[in-house]
Design a protein around this ligand. Structure first.
Ligand code: GDP
Length: 297
């Protein structure tokens, strides 16, 4: 296909889904992420010890995998949305079976709707004596969520993040949702990626966990991340292992940036230090202008 070659679309391959966990405070988002993290093969290999780098990958026996953003809640989601980085493919909406639908449950629903991201419902705390998953279904239904057991297409799974019940069902539901969405990405050529978390390490300097949207990120490349630039000194996977490259939906921690970027910032690959510096300078100037304009207003 000549046109494809010329437009540089390259090889398009299926990619894992990137999932964000949202829901009302205390409904079990953090507990769910902890339990899911423990089900990942990588965590098992590493003796249960994984780095908290803002994302992790759960690998199924089938070889399929799911990438979870490790920062629960709306802040992370909103920060990325605000910068136009729709990195999330699916939202897991956690609703506690004893508490039912609460204000932040509705907020999460509306965030997902605005972003056009499908929801999979996890009714949590089903181990509790006061659990009433049926009531949660009715509440969600009356809020306009079209659940599958009511003829809609939103999947619902009953879980207990604490006793680790139903997690396999949730993972299956996410794989099915991903399959329905037919998620694909270009895997060759320069990467486009987004920052999900950034921090400064005393010894290693600024570190940014990024998820590639398309292309392949390669160690040694010059990059501009938000308004910062650098050269990739090393890429590490979610268990801290050094890797040469990162493909779509694979979270990696980048070392080698000159400054600290922000969650939601985009990652652009450039071909020289000079270009990296120039682009970074340009973006910093623009940021400063925007800041002054905001003060003026
Ligand atoms: P978050 O605010 O949504 O992140 O909620 P947390 O994960 O911090 O959980 C809030 C509280 O609910 C904690 O005390 C958890 O131990 C508890 N919790 C979370 N999941 C479950 C569950 O499945 N069953 C029970 N019984 N308690 C849970």
């Amino acid at each position: 296909n000549i046109r494809r070659m010329h437009t540089g679309e390259g090889t398009v391959e299926p990619r894992p889904a990137v999932v964000t966990v949202m829901g009302h405070v205390d409904h079990g988002k953090t507990s769910l992420l902890d339990s899911l993290r423990q089900t990942s093969v990588a965590a098992k290999e590493a003796g249960g010890i994984t780095q908290h780098i803002g994302a992790f990958v759960v690998e199924m026996q089938s070889g399929a995998s799911i990438t979870f953003l490790d920062t629960p809640g709306h802040a992370a989601f909103s920060a990325m949305r605000a910068r136009g980085a729709a990195v999330t493919d699916i939202v897991v909406l956690v609703v506690a079976a004893d508490d039912g639908v609460m204000p932040q449950t509705l907020e999460a629903m509306s965030h997902a709707k605005v972003a056009n991201v499908p929801i999979v419902v996890a009714i949590n705390k089903c181990d509790k004596s006061g659990a009433d998953p049926e009531r949660v279904r009715i509440q969600l239904g009356s809020e306009g969520l079209l659940l599958e057991d009511m003829g809609g297409d939103v999947q619902v799974v009953e879980i207990s993040a604490l006793s680790k019940l139903g997690l396999d069902k949730l993972e299956e539901a996410l794989l099915l949702q991903a399959e329905i969405m037919d998620l694909k990405a270009r895997t060759d050529g320069p990467a486009q990626a987004f920052v999900v978390e950034a921090r400064v390490d005393r010894g290693r300097g600024p570190l940014a966990t990024t998820i590639v949207k398309s292309g392949t990120l390669v160690s040694g490349q010059y990059i501009v991340v938000g308004a910062e630039w650098g050269r990739i000194r090393s890429l590490r996977d979610t268990v801290g292992k050094v890797t040469e490259s990162a493909k779509p939906a694979m979270p990696v921690e980048i070392e080698g940036l000159r400054g600290l970027p922000m969650a939601g910032d985009d990652v652009v690959v450039v071909d020289s230090e000079e270009r990296a510096r120039m682009l970074s300078q340009g973006r910093k100037k623009k940021q400063e202008k925007d800041r002054l304009r905001k003060i003026d207003e």
